[in-house]
Design a protein around this ligand. Sequence first.
Ligand SMILES: C[S@@+](CC[C@H](N)C(=O)[O-])C[C@H]1O[C@@H](n2cnc3c(N)ncnc32)[C@H](O)[C@@H]1O
Length: 203
Amino acid sequence: MQPNLTDKEAAQIRKSIQEKYSRVAATGPASCFRYPTGGEGLQELHYPPELLRDLPPAVIASFCGVGNPFSLGPIHPGEAVLDIGCGGGFDSLVAARMVGPSGRVVGIDVTPAMLDQARSHLALLGLANVSFQLAAAESLPFPDNDFEVVISNGVFNLTLDKEAALKEAHRVLKPGGRVLLADMVLVAELPADKTGKIENWHQ
Ligand SMILES: C[S@@+](CC[C@H](N)C(=O)[O-])C[C@H]1O[C@@H](n2cnc3c(N)ncnc32)[C@H](O)[C@@H]1O
C-alpha cells in the first residue's frame, strides 16, 4: 500500500475511485473530467485517424485517457497485450486491431461498470481476440512472462501502491517486453494535509 495510508483510508480511496468511474460509465466521460475526452481528446493526443476508422461513436466517446500509448512504440501482429485500467476498452480494441487474429488483448479494471461498458463495445466490434476481466494493477491474475506488451492510459496515478503496480507489470512481461504507459504528471503542490490528499486522489 501507499506509505502512510491506513487500511481504512485505502478502502475509502478504492471506494471513491469505483464510485467515480461508475459515474463515468453511466453518464459518459465528457462531464466528469477537466481534460478533453472522447473524440476531442483523441484528436488532441494525435491518435492517427486511421486507427479510429470505423469505430462506433460510443467507443470513441468512452475514451478518457490522458495520453497516447501507441505513440511510444509499435505493437505487432501476433503479440499478447495487457491493458491495465482499460476503462471502456478504447485502447484495448485499438490494440486488438494491431495484433490481429493471431494475437490477443486482455483489459483489466477495478470498476465493474467500466468492464460492462468495455464488453458492450467489444460486442459492437465483434472481435474474437479481446477479453476483459476484473482485476487491480497491484495484483495481476496472470502468470509471469505472459505478455509482450503492457499498455496503460491514465491509471497508475490512481493506484494505491505504484511500486507494486510497476512490479506487477514487469512480472507479467516476457523478457524484452515493452511498457507503453501514458499518465499525468504533478505540476502543482499536493495539499500538505493527509485528508486533503485523500480527498484529491482522483480530482
Ligand atoms: C482515466 S480512466 C482511463 C480508462 C482508459 N484507460 C481510457 O484511456 O479510456 C482510469 C481507469 O482506471 C481504473 N482503475 C483505477 N484504479 C485502478 C487499479 N488500481 N487497477 C486497475 N484499474 C484501475 C478506473 O476504474 C478507470 O476505468
